[in-house]
Design a binder for this molecule. Sequence first.
Ligand SMILES: [Zn+2]
Length: 156
Amino acid sequence: MLTQNPSLVMTIWGAATSDAETLKSAVLHAAVHAWYEGHIEAHTVNGQPAIGDASKLTSSLPSPPFPPPDSEELGEILAEVEDRYDDDVVMGAIAHAAGMAWAAGFRTGEKCRGCSWRGTDPELAAEMRSGRMTLMLVEDEPEQPKKPRRRQRSKR
Ligand SMILES: [Zn+2]
């Protein structure tokens, strides 16, 4: 299966450039969001209707599509990464956690009969996941190119 969905890469980058103050919290960020992306990808590739009633949500990280807070599998992923990586191997630890969690999330998505949360801008997120949109990995907001000034035409 080939996918152009850049969401896993974006998730890794998002965790690496997040405000997380410790590697542990950056790894948690990566794992939770990659899990979510894997779950959504399963819905996408299997063509399942996935969107329920988002107004009934009681959490900003509803499960599914996010992992349950007490997920044993998520705990095992975090423990494995903590065990394998020193604190100075940031990208390796984040990427490892994200890959494992993405796969776990994908498995939950294959069994899911419908879930609601697709982010605060689901249409933009779907477009980003489609791989048809140009995305740039930057740490800060890129400076907006200045629009060329229009010369005022004098009215005659
Ligand atoms: Zn789902």
